[in-house]
Design a protein around this ligand. Sequence first.
Ligand code: AQP
Length: 334
Amino acid sequence: MTKKDLVFSGVQPTGNLHLGNYLGALKNFVSLQKKKECIYCVVDLHAITIFQKPEELRNNVLETVASFIATGLDPNKSVIFNQSSVSGHSELAWILNCVSKIGWLNRMTQFKDKAGTDKEKASVGLYIYPNLMAADILLYKATHVPVGADQKQHLELARDIAQKFNNDFKCKDFFPIPEPLIPKNISRVMSLRDGTKKMSKSEDSDYSRINLKDSADEISKKIKKAKSDSQVIPDNLKELEGKPEALNLLTIYSEISKISLEKIINEMAGKEYSHLKLRLSELLISEITPVGKEIVKLLEDKSHLTKILKKGKEKASIIAEENLKNIREKVGLI
Ligand code: AQP
């Protein structure tokens, strides 16, 4: 990365943040903040693509900001704000709706997953969500986007849209082509109940995920109940093929302990999964519960969180307005 680099990413305020958000995105946000100019956005306009109760949405926005701060984001270093407070996101999204192609959107697997079997009933917003995500990134001319692997396809679409805009309006290099920054070891944390599905806020069973606000007791119970394997831990990675739940637990353990999967397997081969679960619980409790306590503490002073958003909105608006002025000009809007 170079000095001109700008990092942008967003998190939806759709409920409690969980271990997947933490390992797939937030930890990366914090380490990037030390090196780069970063903009982190609570993407409330994305959240409403699926109906949200207004009071819950307001609370979830503040809780997401609290989670950002509790994991180590510093509002004096990173720009932290909510998407709907900078109207340029919606304006650019409309322009990009007119650049993006229906065929591209039809390939998006997240829409298929979230819309379920009755696609006719899904909101139009859910369908064009990836165009809004492209607008979020391109509004700031961001060069790098830290995300979990589940967002890779949307990011590829953002790259295609940036390229097409640059071609259509004959302005080579106007939008940088944003690079995804996806964690190498654990790009997708899977559900504790079904290792073929990603850990998610909107999954019905709370036992499928570790929430950042979970107590030590809840973490222990969830890990104890997590699906693993009836056989003992094997002595090689190949034998974990077809055992996604066991692999998920081992990978989470590896990520938090910073010990390679190979070394863990060498050490634990022949042991029951209950042995891994006990050690994993201990590690998770010591890493996650201080974050949860800090979130609860921060939520006691909502006006402080609102001030962080206001200050972030002011900074983000300056960049957004300047870029939008140039974008309108390129498109021919007076
Ligand atoms: N399971 C995951 N593993 C790794 N990374 C993940 N992320 C989400 N789940 C995992 C990453 O967290 C960031 C914020 O995601 P989001 O909340 O904006 O949206 P999402 O990906 O749709 O997350 P959820 O939990 O599944 O939310 P709902 O249920 O509301 O849709 C992103 O960088 C994402 O990659």
